[in-house]
Design a protein around this ligand. Sequence first.
Ligand code: 13P
Ligand code: SF4
Length: 319
Amino acid sequence: AADRQTLTARAKALLQQHNAVLVAHYYVDGALQDLALETGGIVSDSLEMARFGRDHAAQTLVVAGVRFMGETAKILSPEKRVLMPDLDATCSLDLGCPADDFARFCDAHPDRQVVVYANTSAAVKARADWMVTSSCALEIVSDLHAKGQKILWAPDRHLGRYIQEQTGADMLMWNGACIVHDEFKGLELELLREQHPGALVLVHPESPKSVVEQADVVGSTSALIKAVVEGKAPAYIVATDNGILHRMRQLAPGKVLVEAPTAGNSATCKSCAHCPWMAMNGLLNLVECLERGAPEIHVDEATRVQAQRCITRMLDFTA
Ligand code: 13P
Ligand code: SF4
């Protein structure tokens, strides 16, 4: 605990000294989420992280999350320095959608609007017409569908299927998945619900169909937090990365929060629903990155200019 206090104090001093602001995701270590809020930064979902980083006056953004979040910040603010505690913090969706293969997929379907999830590389975004996050994907695809557009969707197959079912849009899908949400199990969730009658089921749409089907609320991390804060029920079953529980407990202290079941979390694995890449962010490497001014995110300028279009389009649409 003393170490944590010392590191927190050091991080606060360094943020101030470097005129830096911390932009954190709900899945990172609670100490980083608290630090962001205490120092004028933000903890949020990926859409609001992007908007906050773009609009903040600080010359240095420190992004506590995964690589695509740092890249998005840099794409939107090339004049700012974007630091991350660990550049190896990636995402299975990004890894599963290499830019070359994706370009071939797009080339084969030139009649479709290319809609990509935020969880992709800058090079993949450079090929897209639209970027979306889980908080605006439904609205944007609905709008495109209403305008008669056919869609090429990448990379998350579960989110894609959910949006397809909700909107009826013509969507050709890439076959990617999030290794964390893909593990939630529908049958085990049914059994858990019997043990918690009256609990509301909150599900991130990267989860499989059998889990989404049982949801009372499907939404982005921010939407799921809002559902706990505003919900009338005393208990909530949460099907998303368990890093989110930190903020939920702070904002809704009286409510019972139960982690949704994965294949392993009942017996041996205490925190299966936790992203190994989000977990690479800690107080120590945050302090080190502020001290060293590295690692820093760089995006090749031609790619950046191309990728910026689809992100700005999303931010304008949701403004
Ligand atoms: P949100 O945009 O809902 O925060 O999701 C980001 C993410 O990586 C989910 O796994
Ligand atoms: Fe990617 Fe899943 Fe981790 Fe989110 S939780 S960063 S989607 S691997």
